[in-house]
Design a protein around this ligand. Structure first.
Ligand code: SF4
Ligand code: SF4
Ligand code: FES
Length: 249
């Protein structure tokens, strides 16, 4: 329910090109109607009050993943968050944590994309490419369902406490994506491709605090992916060890 006719929006503003001038909160008073989203407020501020306000958006319907930010202390998408859900008429907007701020609510996603690229987020095949599609049973598709839903919004990355202290950590989204391909019945990546994430900066850095799960707007459970990868790595290692023993015998 709407708490007042006009709400106060405090937005953390900063320009990395002028580091001496911030960061500081700018305050705006905006008339609110039922159904108004945080993104709609930002667009109104930018279009009608302050054209210098910077934020990312595209689809406006929780599909593209570009409008993630901190809204009254909680990481979420601005386009799917209605102003009326808050128990207060003051709303504080801040950029995603664990990233360098470029300007206002726009962060530098480079580390996120670098890690995403590192997990090779595509099918790797050794078998000859078939003339038609590679069939998958319903059961096989179900195994990857939740991971396919990831829209790369980085809410989980911003929420992860490990990334705050270890910027080289694989991170929840990339780990979930890796597990998505490991579980995919069509993927034939060699087990050894997981080795690069089998260390204290890889999947073993996760503290299993589940904040990534809480933050994900698409109900992906990155921690499940991390646990799955850990199991696969232990199994690979065990098999290698068995192989060695066999060879030696
Ligand atoms: S469960 Fe692991 S990846 Fe997810 S937020 Fe916690 S430490 Fe980060
Ligand atoms: S796992 Fe969820 S929170 Fe993380 S990038 Fe994908 S959709 Fe966003
Ligand atoms: S604008 Fe696309 S997810 Fe919010």
């Amino acid at each position: 329910m709407i708490k007042a006719n006009a709400y106060t929006f405090k937005i953390l503003r900063y320009d990395a090109k002028e580091p001496g001038s911030g960061p500081c909160f700018a305050t705006y008073r905006i008339k609110v109607i039922p159904g108004l989203t945080i993104l709609a407020v930002l667009i109104r501020i930018r279009d009608e009050i302050d054209g210098t306000l910077a934020f990312r958006c595209s689809c406006r319907s929780a599909v593209c993943g570009s409008c993630a930010m901190v809204i009254n202390g909680k990481i979420d998408l601005a386009c799917r968050t209605q102003v009326a859900i808050f128990d207060t008429d003051t709303i504080i907007l801040e950029p995603l944590p664990n990233f360098e701020v470029i300007r206002d609510l726009v962060v530098d996603m480079t580390p996120f994309w670098n890690m995403y690229e590192k997990v090779q987020p595509y099918l790797i095949r050794n078998s000859p490419t078939p003339e038609k599609e590679i069939p998958q049973s319903e059961e096989e598709r179900k195994r990857i369902d939740q991971y396919v839903n990831c829209m790369l919004c980085a809410c989980c990355y911003g929420a992860c406490p490990v990334l705050a202290r270890e910027p080289d950590y694989i991170g929840p989204a990339a780990a979930a994506k890796l597990e998505r391909f490991v579980l995919d019945s069509r993927d034939e990546r060699p087990a050894g491709t997981l080795d690069v994430f089998n260390d204290e900066k890889g999947v073993w850095a996760c503290d299993t605090l589940f904040r990534c799960i809480d933050a994900c707007p698409k109900d992906v459970r990155p921690t499940d992916g991390i646990v799955g990868l850990r199991k696969a790595m232990v199994k690979n290692r065990f098999q290698k060890k068995l192989g060695k023993t066999k060879d030696e015998a």
